[in-house]
Design a protein around this ligand. Structure first.
Ligand code: NI
Ligand code: MN
Length: 226
């Protein structure tokens, strides 16, 4: 399965023929200035919470592509008010069978409000289960014991975890998270975009290796196969 990274926590996977985009934040990200946002295809857009660095380009991409946007109920309702026609609101603990696979919404310990200050409900993570691959995108979250539930639902092929600290887990906690979810392969996100979350990438990869895990840090615009 191919995964393309667009900076911060934005990435896209191709799953059973569908383009599935997560947390679009590109035009306001200086590290993603070489990304042509109009070239990004999307059948679905999943949004973990309402903070700008996860939703800034959601409305424009959704309107251009007609993608269905899946988010917490409050975020989905707000997107509908911005003119996004195809929205689907979910909430923590709920799952839904889409045409590419089943997605379960899981706990993320963080906060959520929309860019205009509207209430964003609870932030969520997504467990994606399909005939091709199973993976967990944590969204923005602290390390939480709730992650230990995920292996009861599925065997993950990989996880996408925040590693930048300050607003989310740091590298050490992400290593614990990968143990909790029983997924030794991790794609690291939510780092380097802002001064506060700049990390030592070589050390991060080495720390994962020392824990007998693999940290993948694709460059912005890079596509990797998982
Ligand atoms: Ni956030
Ligand atoms: Mn964030």
């Amino acid at each position: 399965m191919e995964l393309t990274y667009y900076g911060q926590s934005c990435f896209k996977v191709m799953l059973n023929g569908k383009h599935i985009l997560f947390d679009p934040f590109i035009t306001q990200n200086p590290l993603a200035k070489n990304i042509d946002i109009d070239s990004i295809e999307a059948d679905y857009i999943f949004v973990s919470h309402g903070h700008s660095d996860h939703i800034a380009d959601c409305v424009s991409i959704a309107k251009r592509t007609g993608a269905q946007v899946v988010a917490a109920y409050e975020v989905a309702t707000w997107l509908g008010q911005q003119g996004v026609e195809n929205v689907f609101g979910m909430n923590t603990g709920g799952s839904w069978k889409f045409d590419f696979g089943t997605v379960k919404c899981v706990v993320a310990h963080h906060s959520s409000c929309l860019p205009d200050g509207s209430y964003g409900g609870n932030p969520i993570g997504f467990v994606v289960m399909s005939t091709d691959r199973n993976f967990y995108y944590a969204g923005d979250t602290a390390l939480t014991l709730d992650m230990q539930l995920i292996p009861h639902w599925t065997n993950l092929n990989f996880s996408v975890l925040p590693i930048g600290n300050v607003y989310t887990m740091d590298v050490a906690d992400a290593i614990h998270a990968s143990e909790f979810v029983k997924s030794p392969v991790v794609v690291g996100v939510h780092y380097d975009t802002f001064d506060y979350i700049k990390i030592d990438k070589e050390k991060a990869v080495a720390d994962f290796k020392a824990a007998e895990k693999i940290l993948l840090l694709p460059g912005v615009g890079e596509t990797i196969t998982l």
